[in-house]
Write a protein that binds this ligand. Sequence first.
Ligand code: NIG
Ligand code: FE
Length: 429
Amino acid sequence: MNGNMIIKNAAELVTCSGFAAKKGPQMAELNIINDGTVMIKDGIIEAVGKSREIDQQLKTAGTDQSDFEMVDARGKAVLPGFVDSHTHLVFGGYRAEEFSWRLRGDSYMQIMQRGGGIISTVEATRQASSEELLQSGIKRLNSMLSFGVTTVEGKSGYGLNCETEIKQLDVMARLDQVHYVDVVPTFLGAHAVPQDFKGKQDAFIDFLISDVLPRVTEQQLAEFCDIFCEKDVFSISQSRRLLSRAKDLGLKLKMHADEIIQLGGAELAAELGAVSADHLLQASDQGIKDMAAAGVVATLLPATAFSLKEPYAAARKMIDANCAVALATDFNPGSCFTESIPLVFALATLYMNMSTEEAITALTINGAAALDRADQIGSIDTGKKGDVVILEFPSYTYIPYHLAVSTVEKVIKQGNLVYDKEKGGIIHC
Ligand code: NIG
Ligand code: FE
């Protein structure tokens, strides 16, 4: 595994080329090279183009091709690795019973208000050892990798005290080291109000600001700070207070915004210069305008809306208003227990009026932009990480067409083959 690979003769090399979020009509541009080749050296993409041209370049440069693993992608489509920019992947316990309660008619917020929901995962996560969280995290990352995910964001928020928030973030740092998939950590200490602060949201925000946030930033355990800004959880002014402090301490911002009630979360994300605002099922027209103007990536999570039987976010309206839209799974033990990228593609295209091209942009370069990494990942461009997926089919159009089933045959992480369906799955070095 030396990070040197040449993937040649791809029927479609879907580059998604770009180094920043794609807004509005740009989202439909995939920059496809028919019969394309990509050359990765030391884990970084060094050349991209027509197979004939790259072959010529290599010959002229006298490159010794025996230093490279050669992959023939004849008859296959090749894309950038998917970026799942919103998940809650480190947690203890499960909540299968809640799914049954919701089938019976209970709502997500009703379950939360009677002490279930996030708070029950908090109990289980406080009790879990780091080792248990690490092992379950590895299994979940394996599953994500099989769907073609090469970078994932993960949130804390199942600790709600200093010790367990830090434990979750530490586990994410270890997962990033031990697993092929890159893990981007987000501090979500303001995910719910813990029992000991019941009815005292402001005091809890004070506690996060005085006790937890400084430790997270001193130990450099998170890149982002997020908050569940929602009626009966954290208000707009509480969100503004926590996020402003986090920004002062050098964290980038995300928000769970306007998910169930229209509170003005999208507007606040724009005001604070957040990198992304997520969920947005109830975002107002003004909020959409503000996000477009401020360059906030609107991160939509259709599998959550599907799982909660809520209306989908207005993706079409957002794209038409010139927003940059990203898609992610929101994988978590409550509202959306799925790491399925194919399900997200199915819902986005069939129920949110997104074209296949827009959905691919939303899961690649715009997912990267939602993590402020559009200069490093999310497209097949020279200088970026060699993170690539090879489909079993000749065209990207098979992704939503093969409904909710993965079309990914191989995954390449920084120039190394790490998943091969034909060889039984994950390749362990
Ligand atoms: O993004 N909405 C709040 N947080 C998560 C759900 C977390 C949970 O239910 O455990 C979400 O949907
Ligand atoms: Fe979430």
